[in-house]
Design a protein around this ligand. Structure first.
Ligand code: MG
Length: 405
């Protein structure tokens, strides 16, 4: 499958040619969201590939490899795969064992039906929703899911277009001003926007206010966990709202390294141990509903927002005010020696509770901070969260002062 980027047709034909030449049978699903490919791979195929650059600008493109269970291939495996590719370690099939090619653009409907039927007890009853697929691959699927649930759907940026004429593939608050305006003008219950391959969904409330993604995570978590308490899996970079809501609902948070693959794999592993894993995802609009599939799914997240609002009887802006106070600061510290800084942090904050799952997370009463080296650039990311801005700033200043060589 592929997203709507202009380089998609060329690249998808290249990968199809390579697969056929090595003897794989290929089914071309056409243009569709990444989670739709993941769902269909899990149901029907041995593996998948999605030509997409997710949230990146239009000139980028890439490949997400999907494993047989529908999860994305992890970094270690991907590096191994690239090794084979660059060393040209592959075996071409003979003429008698070439792969076969077929097209199945209709298979997306199986995914749409599954997502739309997930909250089967919920009737949206004409709730107005504005969908902003951002000219990406969910232009048809997300409006169809919401319509099947009984919503009245209005769309903006609803025509597939790889030049992304309305907004960039990253659904940033700035790019969503037209969505906010349309939500207000149509008296919609909420607006939903996807990134470039629709595995993430972000929201604006009925007043057009952007719902911060950690708040989105917390509201969905509360909805899910108040029905069924259990384990919530999320990376160490997620807001403490996740823990507060878990306490409130008799659930627990299980922390992973940053990255949705770590979350998905952990959810599967815990479930295989017989644990009750009810919810997972990241504080960036990438939510995983394990009853649907173990991957981030933008349409599923939009469907869950409908169910949440219908069940609560409150507006989204009212629900947001029910969350505990929280302020998160995100900073970059420029450094050529990130590991020295991490070592300094471990020594300086040994009196606090440290979590070394990914970088150094410092847990303190009512606040936490995460120091994590960037994978690609000479800086360290610093996240700090507290109940008030003043506390968060003081904690941030303490950390930057103490860890500097
Ligand atoms: Mg994405």
């Amino acid at each position: 499958g592929r997203d709507t980027r202009t380089s998609g047709p060329a690249l998808s034909r290249a990968i199809i040619a390579g697969l056929l030449a090595t003897g794989c049978d290929v089914v071309d699903l056409g243009v569709l969201p990444t989670p739709a490919v993941q769902y269909l791979v899990r149901e029907h195929f041995d593996a998948g590939a999605v030509i997409t650059a997710s949230h990146n600008p239009p000139e980028y493109n890439g490949v997400k490899i999907i494993e047989g269970d529908g999860t994305e291939m992890d970094d270690t495996q991907t590096i191994c795969l690239e090794g084979h590719l660059f060393a040209e370690e592959f075996i071409l099939a003979g003429w008698e064992s070439m792969g076969t090619l077929s097209a199945a653009p209709e298979m997306i409907h199986e995914y749409i039906t599954a997502v739309a039927g997930y909250w089967k007890d919920i009737d949206a009853d004409g709730m107005t929703v504005v969908a902003d697929p951002g000219s990406g691959p969910a232009c048809e699927s997300t409006p169809q899911v919401l319509t099947k649930m009984g919503c009245h759907v209005v769309t903006i940026n609803g025509m597939m277009d790889g030049t992304f004429p309305g907004r960039m593939p990253e659904p940033s608050p700035e790019g969503l001003q037209p969505l906010s305006e349309l939500v207000r003008n149509t008296s919609a219950a909420f607006g939903v926007a996807h990134d470039g391959d629709a595995d993430r969904a972000v929201f604006v409330d009925e007043t057009g206010e952007y719902l911060e993604e950690n708040e989105q995570f917390a509201l969905v978590e509360r909805f899910i966990c108040s029905k069924t308490p259990g384990i919530v899996v999320t990376p160490v970079s997620t807001s403490f709202l996740a823990e507060r809501i878990a306490e409130e609902t008799g659930s627990v948070v299980d922390y992973t390294r940053v990255g949705s693959i770590s979350v998905a794999r952990r959810m599967i592993a815990l479930a295989e141990e017989g644990k009750t894993v009810v919810f997972g995802g990241e504080g960036n609009g990438g939510l995983i509903l394990p009853g649907n599939q173990h991957c981030r799914d933008g349409a599923m997240t939009a469907a869950t927002m409908v169910a949440l609002l219908k069940s609560s009887g409150k507006t989204l802006s009212e629900l947001r005010t029910t969350l505990p106070p929280h302020v998160m600061l995100k900073d970059k510290i420029h450094t050529d020696s990130p590991h020295e800084l991490l070592k300094n942090a471990k020594t300086a904050f040994s009196g606090d509770t440290l979590d070394l799952t990914d970088g150094v997370r410092i847990n303190r009463q009512g606040m936490w901070a995460l120091l994590r080296p960037s994978g690609t650039e000479p800086f360290m990311r610093l996240y700090v969260e507290a109940e008030t801005e003043k506390e968060a700033e003081a904690f941030r200043d303490e950390i930057t002062r103490v860890i500097s060589p």
